[in-house]
Design a protein around this ligand. Structure first.
Ligand SMILES: Nc1ncnc2c1ncn2[C@@H]1O[C@H](COP(=O)(O)OP(=O)(O)OP(=O)(O)O)[C@@H](O)[C@H]1O
Length: 367
């Protein structure tokens, strides 16, 4: 994979002597999402803004696609780089469609064409077409942020810089945007550099994560799995947090073969009835044996389903398996195989043992 952006010994020293970024060297791979994360004041925003030269480095070199950014005219450089900030920064007196079409219009794209494209982008970021004629103040924060992303995409940039774009949103909307956004980047093949102070957001979105520490120093640059499993310093270990073991489970695959034995589960097929199971948890299955949910009245009827949560399939992450156990009404997750047929159940203790063993031994260590 080729590098889209290269930092080489980049430094930013402000006139008052503050060194915001110290000897930064890193490569941003094309088509990937790279996240700059770290506590406040550690130089993330400064590093991001040096890419499109909103801030000029005082030493070192940044190249984009092999070309030294300092040799390009700023307007030309920025034409290929989208920029999204917190609170979207939309133009208040322009409609949503006009906001999205801003850069294409400046680039001479005819109005009708720019508008068609704006409508497509509106759909891409999950907003209904009737929002096109609204003004930013008539949208919620999350909707404005979606328009901000659409506007950045409108010029079909090869690179998008995002500075804490979701930080001002409430946790639910924020999680929604993270979820959708993590699909959008890879789908469009756009190279994204994303700044956040939130390690969970970094892990959710980043293909690679650069952890900055105070003083503008790059503490570690690695894939999320590696960051969690092998933090390079005490600072990184602290920053990724005490619950990093749990986070790391996202990268471990649930493997039925790792368990010596599964627990048993009584099953009732749709249309059958087993009075002996009244008052006990059992699994409802369809005629082909596929798990439909949990029942506790022994009646083979979809109306009896008390919960559909609490099932895990081979190939799910260990974190999903853990969630399945925790959300199952029985405190044990149903383990499903081909065609969602029930293989048995697992509980927290077995899972923890397999998960911890997997991490300790690393991939392939199991005989
Ligand atoms: N114009 C400036 N003059 C002097 N110092 C500055 C200037 N702009 C930023 N700094 C300092 O540079 C350091 C890095 O700032 P920067 O905004 O890059 O950090 P950050 O990691 O993005 O933090 P935050 O998450 O709080 O925005 C900080 O100590 C900041 O106070």
């Amino acid at each position: 994979m080729s590098n889209m952006i290269e930092f080489r010994d980049v430094e930013k020293r402000y006139p008052d002597g503050t060194v915001a970024v110290r000897s930064l060297s890193l490569d941003v791979a094309e088509g990937q999402t790279t996240v700059f994360v770290g506590p406040s004041g550690c130089g993330k925003t400064t590093s991001l803004r040096m890419i499109n030269r909103m801030i000029e480095p005082t030493a070192g070199r940044i190249s984009i696609d092999g070309i030294d950014a300092a040799t390009l005219a700023k307007a030309e450089l920025r034409r290929g780089i989208g920029y999204v900030i917190q609170n979207a920064g939309l133009f208040p007196h322009r409609t949503v469609a006009q906001n999205i079409a801003t850069v294409p219009r400046l680039n001479g794209v005819p109005a009708a064409k720019a508008r068609d494209r704006a409508m497509q982008l509106l759909e891409l970021v999950g907003l209904p077409a009737e929002f096109a004629g609204r003004y930013p103040s008539q949208l919620s924060g999350g909707q404005q942020q979606r328009v901000g992303v659409a506007r950045a995409l409108a010029a079909e940039p090869r690179v998008i810089l995002m500075d804490e774009p979701f930080s001002a949103l409430d946790p639910v909307v924020r999680a929604e945007l993270q979820e959708e956004f993590s699909r959008l980047g890879p789908e469009l093949g756009t190279t994204i550099v994303f700044v956040t102070h939130d390690i969970d957001e970094a892990i959710r979105l980043g293909d690679r994560i650069a952890v900055f520490e105070p003083g503008g120093v790059l503490a570690q640059y690695a894939a999320p799995e590696e960051l969690l499993e092998a933090p390079a310093s005490e600072f990184v270990a602290q920053f990724v947090g005490r619950d990093r073991g749990y986070r790391a489970l996202s990268f471990e695959t649930f493997d039925v073969d790792a368990f010596d034995a599964l627990g048993s589960l009584d099953l009732v097929a749709v249309g059958d009835r087993d009075p002996g199971l009244a008052g006990r948890w059992s699994g409802l299955v369809d005629a082909a044996g596929a798990f439909l949910g949990w029942i506790d009245d022994g009646r083979g009827d979809a109306a009896s389903i008390r919960s559909r949560a609490g099932a895990v399939r081979p190939g799910d992450s260990m974190r999903s398996a853990m969630d399945a156990v925790l959300t199952s009404p029985t405190a044990r997750a149903a383990v499903l195989g081909d065609g969602d047929r029930v293989l048995g159940t697992i509980g927290l203790a077995e899972l923890a043992e397999a998960g911890v063993g997997g991490q300790r031994g690393g991939a392939g260590a199991r005989p």
